[in-house]
Design a protein around this ligand. Structure first.
Ligand code: HEC
Length: 100
């Protein structure tokens, strides 16, 4: 019974963690890498020397910034990552990702 409760709690937690909205607000002095390590790396694991893997049509800073802002069914949205922060983050991702 206790085991079952723990399992259900874990499932409920992962569901909340993997959708919805994340209110993280980058500080002005953060680099693209700082933001990535802090908010993206928990789900996007490094692939060799690269920070993550991108499909070829996502190797575009504007598309990435848009994805971060709007999220998806599987990925939370980050409504507070905008402007300069969105730009430096998405440029960092484009430069350091492996393309599928
Ligand atoms: C809670 C887990 C989670 C977090 C945190 C997260 N992502 Fe995602 N992300 C996903 C999942 C799952 C997918 C694949 C499904 C999809 O495309 O929506 C994805 C897809 C993407 C894609 C599209 C990749 C492709 O080639 O189609 C990009 C770009 C991306 N994430 C960037 C980011 C960035 C940048 C951050 C940090 C601001 C971030 N993600 C934070 C879970 C996460």
């Amino acid at each position: 019974m206790i085991k079952k409760t723990i399992a259900l709690t874990t499932i409920a937690f992962s569901l909340t963690a993997c959708s919805g909205s994340n209110d993280f607000s980058p500080e002005p002095n953060m680099t693209g890498k700082d933001i990535f390590d802090r908010t993206c790396a928990e789900c996007h694991a490094p692939v060799g020397e690269y920070v993550m893997e991108l499909s070829s049509d996502m190797k575009d800073a504007d598309r990435i910034a848009n994805k971060v802002l709007s999220g998806s069914l599987m990925m939370p949205s980050f409504p507070n990552i905008q402007g300069v922060s969105a730009k430096i983050l998405s440029e960092y991702v484009v430069e350091h990702s492996k393309v599928k």
